[in-house]
Design a protein around this ligand. Structure first.
Ligand code: URA
Length: 205
């Protein structure tokens, strides 16, 4: 059904998205989400960013990184001198996982099973985009890419070779920056994040 379009990566990406939309094997919790949120950006983008999962605003918009974390991320990309045409952004988990509370939908971290479920799809998405470097934002993305629960602090800002694909460059998730309560450490951590993005950009220049 989808094989005919496999020659053109852009069409193959659209086919992968359609295949995921048609799945009837999704984890039960995904039924609570508004919609699946697929990756965005040009095929051949040298930098591919992997986030955790769509948040509340992404779930409604159907697009990755359009909420508060996304806005901070875009600001940091701009400061690092990274252009939109150079980046493809996606998530390890493609549905919003949350706990309904009175007024708000409370974000829930995906577990190892959720990450493992989406992993083969993420791998295929990355293969089709063909980036030079995969930047993982936060622990979930790093786990999705390595299959292991690695500490960000031990691997951050380093290029990790991968046997069967582009190397990985781990850094923190922008929502971690948003959660820091102290303004000084927030500013400092934000600068570190921008410095990481600059390093990643130099790797593909
Ligand atoms: N956080 C993520 O990890 N991904 C998004 O798309 C939005 C927020």
């Amino acid at each position: 059904l989808f094989a005919a379009s496999a020659a053109d990566p852009k069409e193959a990406l659209a086919a992968l998205r359609a295949e995921m939309l048609a799945l009837n094997s999704l984890p039960p919790w995904t039924a609570e989400a508004t919609q699946m949120v697929f990756g965005e950006g040009p095929v051949g983008a040298p930098l591919l960013f992997v986030g955790e999962q769509p948040g509340d605003e992404e779930d409604i918009a159907g697009r990755p990184f359009v909420g508060p974390a996304g806005r901070l991320f875009n600001k940091a990309l701009e400061e690092a001198g990274i252009g939109r045409t150079e980046t493809y952004v996606t998530n390890a988990v493609k549905h919003f996982k949350f706990k309904p509370t009175g007024r708000r939908r409370l974000h829930q971290s995906p577990d190892a099973g959720d990450i493992a479920y989406y992993r083969p799809f993420l791998k295929r998405e990355i293969d089709l985009v063909g980036p030079q470097l995969v930047v993982t934002l936060g622990a979930t993305a790093l786990r999705a890419m390595t299959g292991k629960p690695l500490a960000i602090n031990k691997t951050r800002g380093e290029v990790l070779p991968v046997a069967d694909g582009p190397p990985i460059f781990p850094t923190v998730h922008p929502s971690y920056l948003l959660r820091l309560p102290d303004p000084d450490s927030k500013a400092r951590e934000y600068e570190r994040f921008v410095a990481d993005l600059r390093r990643a950009h130099r790797e593909v220049a």
